[in-house]
Design a protein around this ligand. Structure first.
Ligand SMILES: Cc1cc2nc3c(=O)[nH]c(=O)nc-3n(C[C@H](O)[C@H](O)[C@H](O)COP(=O)(O)O)c2cc1C
Length: 189
């Protein structure tokens, strides 16, 4: 947290497609964030598939960048698609890379999760898997509200605007709670 009380949040989106509902949800979160928060979105599109042999030679530059961004952020905000009842491979792969020693950058980090999916459960199953990884990595995931945007294709317009007022309210509340949560952890830290 900066001296001025500003909070820096790193957004990490598990979908790479241009018209991603999860990326759109992240954009909505950015639009509805509290004024004292700034959000940067990580580019995880060029991170290679995890390979321990490569890691032992040194982190790829894209991973170094992500690790630096995570370490510097006051909090993380994951946008979590659901692929086959779990988080996307792209997101898991980025987390796997960033999580390797030394100086595991997720440790102690407050985080929040939002997600949108085609199914009724709105990425709930994927989010719970992500939550488990967050716990293993010693992050502090925010409990509430959950942001589960089900049948996402009916909730966003073609420009990525979220038309569902209830979902917008949950995202607004989540961003406010994430700010409080990050401040609480900054005090403890
Ligand atoms: C490989 C794959 C697996 C999927 N599995 C699920 C699933 O388990 N549950 C679900 O609700 N939607 C599933 N979907 C549909 C996604 O929710 C949908 O494609 C969504 O738009 C992906 O997120 P995005 O818009 O951010 O890219 C799957 C899509 C793909 C490509």
């Amino acid at each position: 947290m900066s001296d001025s009380g500003n909070l820096s949040v790193l957004g990490i989106c598990g979908s790479l497609r241009k018209a991603s509902f999860n990326r759109a949800a992240l954009n909505v979160a950015i639009a509805l964030k509290p004024a004292e928060m700034s959000v940067t979105v990580a580019d995880i599109s060029q991170i290679p598939p995890y390979n321990e042999d490569v890691r032992t030679q040194g982190f790829p530059a894209t991973v170094e960048t992500l690790r630096r961004q995570i370490a510097a952020a006051d909090a993380l905000l994951f946008a979590c698609p659901e692929y086959n009842y779990s988080m996307s491979g792209v997101l898991k792969n980025a987390i796997d890379w960033a999580s390797r020693p030394p100086d595991q950058p997720f440790a102690g980090k407050p985080c929040a999760i939002i997600g949108a999916a085609a199914g009724m459960a709105g990425s709930a199953r994927a989010q719970y898997d992500l939550r488990r990884s967050c716990v293993f990595l010693d992050m502090h995931p925010l409990n509430k509200p959950e942001v589960l945007i089900g049948q996402a294709q009916t909730k966003f317009d073609a420009d990525g605007n979220l038309l569902d007022e209830a979902a917008r309210g949950f995202i607004r509340d989540l961003m406010a709670n994430l700010a409080d949560w990050a401040r609480l952890h900054a005090k403890k830290g």
